[in-house]
Write a protein that binds this ligand. Structure first.
Ligand code: LMR
Length: 329
């Protein structure tokens, strides 16, 4: 672990260092909060595999899924403190770093998955990754998951008024909080890991997430209603600590960048596929009531939530709002 100690002098060694053949390996810890059978879980594993191959085993990415190292609330400071070397928080949670990330949280910002791909890999996504620089973070890529749906025990949820008075678990995001405010619901910002228990113990009525999170964390087993609203984006910004990045050799940086690029292209396909497959599995394996918003129903949700564009446009910034408008045209 000579390499590891050189690059991460403050960090603890992840393994016994008496294993043979590992002495000049560089090891990066990648922490995330979701299950392994999700877009982020599979992309992290793919990235590890590609880095291993491209470096002939000399660079190892050790992935810690399910929040086993740090929760979503802790992982950004763990990255800043070099306790972990790669994270991929959902972009909604980055509003705590700077308000422009809110552009991706605007309700119905992206009409479909193709628009997401264009948005996060185009000028919007690039500007957002650059905004991490001032935090001492190096933004490497966007890994989209998909569009969020609503699950609840008080349903069915068909019209925007149907959420009035309900309690919802949400991510750490002002815009999402405001969205539930407009709908007359009470939203609690809680960690992803606590969500299943909050629902099971009746502390919240519902939550919003992509199908892959609803499936892999079994939310569908403790919720009676699922509405396919596709009302918001969920995806990840993959990042490292800038100082850790700067300490790597050019060769290492190149391997990480190439592997990241390939993984990102792979995830664009895989995330979409996984969400579709897992919706079919939910339909097959549970009795949850599913309602898909019709065109006119969706229009009423869009209209109801539209004031958030006005309310948050200024803090998000003119340029990003303009980029979003162009994308939606
Ligand atoms: C959530 O907190 O619901 C999601 O951000 C979890 C994740 O990382 O997909």
């Amino acid at each position: 672990y000579i390499g590891y100690q050189k690059f991460f002098p403050q960090a603890e060694l992840p393994y016994d260092d008496d294993q043979e053949g590992l002495s000049d390996q560089i090891v990066f810890k990648f922490s995330h909060v979701v299950a392994e059978n999700t877009p982020k879980g599979q992309a992290a594993a793919k990235f590890a595999e590609l880095v291993d191959k491209k470096s002939n085993g000399t660079i190892q990415i050790v992935v810690f899924p399910n929040g086993s190292l740090y929760s979503d609330i802790e992982e950004i400071s763990a990255l800043k403190d070099e306790q972990v070397h790669l994270i991929a928080p959902s972009t909604s949670k980055l509003g705590m770093l700077s308000a422009e990330w809110g552009v991706l949280d605007l309700p119905f910002a992206f009409p479909n998955y193709e628009a997401i791909i264009k948005g996060v890999h185009g000028p919007i996504g690039e500007k957002l990754l650059q905004s991490l620089e001032k935090e001492g973070l190096k933004g490497l890529a966007h890994w989209p998951n998909g569009l969020k749906q609503i699950t609840t025990n008080k349903g069915p949820v068909i019209e925007p008024e149907d959420l009035a008075g309900q309690n919802f678990r949400i991510m750490q995001s002002d815009i999402i909080q405001a969205q539930y405010g407009l709908l007359g619901a009470v939203a609690q910002q809680e960690s992803f890991n606590s969500t299943f228990n909050l629902i099971e113990e009746g502390k919240v009525d519902g939550e919003e997430n992509t199908i892959s999170n609803i499936y892999s964390r079994k939310f569908y087993t403790v919720q009676k209603h699922l509405t396919i609203t596709e009302h918001g984006y969920l995806g990840y910004a993959v990042m490292m600590n800038q100082d850790v990045w700067d300490r790597q050799s050019e060769e290492t940086q190149q391997i990480l960048l190439e592997a990241m690029e390939e993984t990102t292209a792979w995830n664009d396909e895989n995330a979409h596929k996984l969400n579709e497959e897992q919706l079919a599995l939910i339909k097959e394996n549970s009795s949850i009531q599913i309602h898909e918003l019709s065109g006119p129903e969706k229009q009423r949700w869009i209209k109801k939530l539209n004031p958030l564009y006005e309310e948050y446009g200024e803090v998000i910034g003119k340029e990003l709002m303009e980029n979003l408008r162009e994308l939606r045209e």
